[in-house]
Structure formats: structure tokens, C-alpha cells
Design a protein around this ligand. Structure first.
Ligand SMILES: NC(=O)c1ccc[n+]([C@@H]2O[C@H](COP(=O)([O-])OP(=O)(O)OC[C@H]3O[C@@H](n4cnc5c(N)ncnc54)[C@H](OP(=O)(O)O)[C@@H]3O)[C@@H](O)[C@H]2O)c1
Length: 317
């Protein structure tokens, strides 16, 4: 089958189109004929092998999985003997191993039925970013004030819509080029961080860009407000943003504010919640750009450059 392959860590040109054997599902696996695959920051981390501590999981010398890609939407081709939740022909979306290929394997607990009102391309934009946003925003109540930093990106475009859907008053933080996008997602307030400082007081701050000092963010929170650090690229080669996450953990016992860090895993239950919201018309993926499989290196490069609005998606078949 055709697949994007990677034999060493490095920049996007270490990814190339090649031929590899079609994977064979084990007893607990689902084999998916991939129609589209999303591009998210996890792919960039595995491609570069950064931060270096991540190589304990990705593979010490080279990526353990030769074919990258996690977010997937496609049709079930076959299932292992122990799989009862899906059968051949089902249209699914979720998280797979090696999604940048014509076929990919997934565990059933990381898949769900695809939202009926989405194309495969749109569905592939949802899993990692949508589930992360769902976990980050949590339960908001009507009238709460929410600040989403990084609102014009993959996670942020979902977080903004989910907070708006919960009845919150959402202020989106983004660069000038993404102001129209975040307004279209329902943000009532917009702060263009290239022109003005962050101001206001918020019950919830979802920090997806994570470059601002913790005291500054805490100063924007109400006395019992909640800050969720989702991500952000920065920090050293060894630990990246992990030092910042540790700092948040150390402060937590000494404040009435709730300071959270997040590691969201794609699971069927969350995909089901997102599907219901999408089919009800409450949330819609903001697909900014699509690329054919061979152009995957450009897609990952564009994500890392930070200039792509919303989600980037690879179309496979
Ligand atoms: N914790 C988890 O489980 C989890 C899951 C998924 C992703 N993540 C992490 O979350 C981060 C974002 O992922 P993503 O897929 O949403 O990436 P993305 O699509 O590139 O979005 C990040 C957004 O941040 C904005 N941004 C950059 N610098 C900023 C600044 N100084 N102030 C405000 N906004 C800024 C970027 O656009 P503009 O600057 O043009 O506005 C971009 O829209 C990554 O670090 C990723 O590793 C964590």
C-alpha cells in the first residue's frame, strides 16, 4: 500500500511517500481503509523526536512506528476475531496507528461511528483536537467568562465552539489573520494578541499556546477560576513544555484557583459525545486546508509554521 514513511527523526522532509505492506489486524484490531487523516501536533513531536524525553515512548533512535499519523476517518476493511463493536463497511473516525497510509490499524476503544453529516475529510479533523477541547472546556455554565488562547488553531477552534455551546461568553485570543475565523466560531470577544495585551477577568482560561507567564494568566482568573494548560511549543530540547506543567502542579496546592494540566487520549465515549454535538449542528470542524497524501510533509510544515487556520487534513482516497 502507499504510505508516508519515516526512518529517522528530523524536519518535514524526513517524511516521504513509499510502499509498505498492508498491516494485518491482530485479534483486537480494526483495519481501516483510510479516506482522510488529520494533522496534529503529536505528529510533529514524533517526526522531530522532540522533546527528547519523548523518545522514551516514540523510539530511542528512530520512530518506533515507521508510518506516522493518528487522526483517521475511513471505512472498516476487516476486524480481528475479538472485535465485536465494528464490522466491515462501517464508517468510523478516531485515532489509529499509521494513519498516513491507505490502510491503518486501530483499537476499537479509540474509534466511533463517523458523524453522519460530515465528510471523511471533516471527520478526520475531529478526534485529537475535538477530544482535547472537550476535556479542556469541561462543564461550563451559562454566563461564565471563558478565555481561549490559541483559538484559531486545531484544539482552539473546537474549544471556542464548545464553550459557546455551553452558554459561556467566550473571548478568543489569536493573531490578526484568524480573527474572522474565531468570530465565525461564535466568539463574542476577540483579542488580537499581535496588537493588544490580554485583559479582563475569566472563570476559565484554556491556554493552548502556552507562552505566557503563569502569574500573568493567574492574574486574569477569578479567585476560584480554572486555568487549563493544554499545550504550547517552547521550552528546551530535552523537556519542551513539561517544566511549565510541573510548575503548575507545584503551585496547585497553595491556591484557591484551579490549575490543571491535560493529557487527552482519544476514546470512544468522547468521540460519541462529539458526534452527537456535531450531528445536532452545535459543533463543526474548521478545516483550514487539505493536502493529498504525497504532500504530507508540507502539511506538517505548515502546522509547525503556525500559519494554518483551523485544522489541516490529508486526503488519502
Ligand atoms: N494536552 C493534550 O492532550 C494535547 C492534545 C492536543 C494538542 N496539544 C498541544 O496543544 C498545542 C496546540 O495544538 P493545536 O493542534 O491546536 O495546534 P495549532 O493548530 O497550531 O494551534 C495553535 C494555535 O496557537 C496560536 N498561537 C501561537 N502563538 C500564540 C500566542 N503567542 N498567543 C496566542 N495564540 C498563539 C496559533 O495561531 P496564531 O498565532 O496565528 O493565532 C495557532 O492557531 C500543541 O502544543 C499541542 O502539542 C495538547
Amino acid at each position: 500500500m502507499r504510505a508516508i514513511v519515516q526512518d529517522r527523526y528530523g524536519p518535514p522532509h524526513t517524511l516521504s511517500l513509499g510502499e509498505v505492506p498492508t498491516p494485518t489486524p491482530g485479534a483486537g484490531d480494526v483495519l481501516i481503509r483510510v479516506h482522510a487523516a488529520g494533522v496534529d501536533y503529536g505528529v510533529w513531536h514524533v517526526m522531530t523526536g522532540l522533546p527528547l524525553v519523548g523518545r522514551l515512548g516514540f523510539g530511542l533512535r528512530r520512530p518506533r512506528n515507521r508510518v506516522p499519523g493518528m487522526d483517521v476517518a475511513g471505512v472498516v476493511e476487516s476486524v480481528g476475531a475479538d472485535v465485536t463493536a465494528f464490522r466491515p463497511g462501517d464508517e468510523v473516525y478516531g485515532s489509529a496507528t499509521g494513519a498516513y497510509a491507505q490502510f491503518a490499524l486501530a483499537r476499537p476503544g479509540r474509534l466511533a461511528r463517523k458523524p453522519a453529516n460530515l465528510s471523511f475529510t471533516e471527520a478526520a479533523a475531529v478526534p485529537v483536537s475535538g477530544v482535547t477541547a472537550l476535556r479542556a472546556v469541561g462543564r461550563v455554565t451559562a454566563g461564565q467568562k471563558v478565555l481561549v488562547i490559541g483559538a484559531g488553531g486545531g484544539v482552539g477552534s473546537f474549544a471556542t465552539q464548545l464553550a459557546v455551546a455551553g452558554g459561556a461568553h467566550v473571548t478568543a485570543v489569536c493573531s490578526t489573520a484568524k480573527v474572522d475565523l474565531v468570530r465565525s466560531l461564535g466568539a463574542q470577544g476577540v483579542i488580537d494578541y499581535t496588537r493588544e495585551p490580554l485583559t479582563g477577568t475569566y472563570d476559565l482560561i484554556v491556554d493552548i499556546a502556552s507562552v505566557r507567564p503563569l502569574p500573568l494568566l493567574r492574574g486574569l482568573l477569578t479567585e476560584r477560576g480554572r486555568l487549563v494548560i493544554v499545550g504550547g511549543e517552547g521550552g528546551g530540547r530535552w523537556f519542551g513544555g513539561l517544566g511549565r506543567l510541573l510548575a503548575v502542579r507545584l503551585i496547585t496546592p497553595f491556591t484557591r484557583q484551579r490549575l490543571d494540566t491535560l493529557l487527552a487520549l482519544v476514546r470512544t465515549a468522547d468521540l460519541d459525545v462529539l458526534r452527537d454535538l456535531i450531528e445536532a449542528g452545535t459543533v463543526r470542524p474548521a478545516v483550514g486546508r487539505t493536502y493529498p497524501l504525497a504532500e504530507t510533509p508540507n502539511a506538517v510544515g505548515d502546522l509547525a509554521a503556525g500559519n494554518a487556520p483551523g485544522k489541516l487534513v490529508i486526503t488519502v482516497d
